[in-house]
Ligand binder design. Structure first.
Ligand code: TYD
Length: 133
């Protein structure tokens, strides 16, 4: 599977680091929504869904977590543990987020506002939707 990660430029000086994220510049879509997860329980698995049209970039801005990706044919696991690395997740991709460190903060940039009708929350339905069922 083709995993697309972005390594963002960090503006570092003797005060620390700064990363800037801009739509259609270092983020490949218009950013309509930002959300983040924190105090995530280490044993918890989040996500467990796909989106029909939404695109996202996931950045673990603090701590670490793992992302399971499944396009209906192949799967992949990605470790996110750097605040300057973003994982691009296209539409029609099943994702699960797990193995959160205690201090993890997972930030998500999304191309659309929250819309429950864009979600596919049933795995068998996802397989059928992508023609792999
Ligand atoms: P949920 O879809 O379960 O999160 P995850 O995919 O990380 O497992 O969302 C948790 C709750 O938050 C649920 O009640 C829907 C709500 N929510 C919003 O209101 N807006 C949002 O942008 C998102 C992502 C979730």
């Amino acid at each position: 599977m083709d995993i697309k990660t972005y390594t963002f430029e960090a503006h570092g000086d003797d005060r620390g680091q700064l990363v800037s994220l801009e739509e259609m510049k270092n983020i490949p879509f218009d950013i309509k929504r930002v959300y983040y997860m924190y105090k995530t329980v280490g044993s918890a698995v989040r996500g467990h869904h796909a989106h029909k049209s939404l695109e996202q970039i996931l950045i673990c801005v603090h701590g670490s977590c793992r992302i399971h990706l499944d396009d209906g044919r192949e799967t992949a696991e990605v470790l996110l543990d750097k605040p300057y690395v973003g994982l691009y997740i296209a539409n029609n991709m099943w994702r699960e987020m797990y193995d959160f460190s205690e201090d993890a903060v997972l930030m998500v940039l999304a191309s659309q506002l929250y819309d429950e009708s864009d979600y596919i929350r049933d795995y068998d339905e996802f397989k059928r939707f992508v023609g792999a069922g």
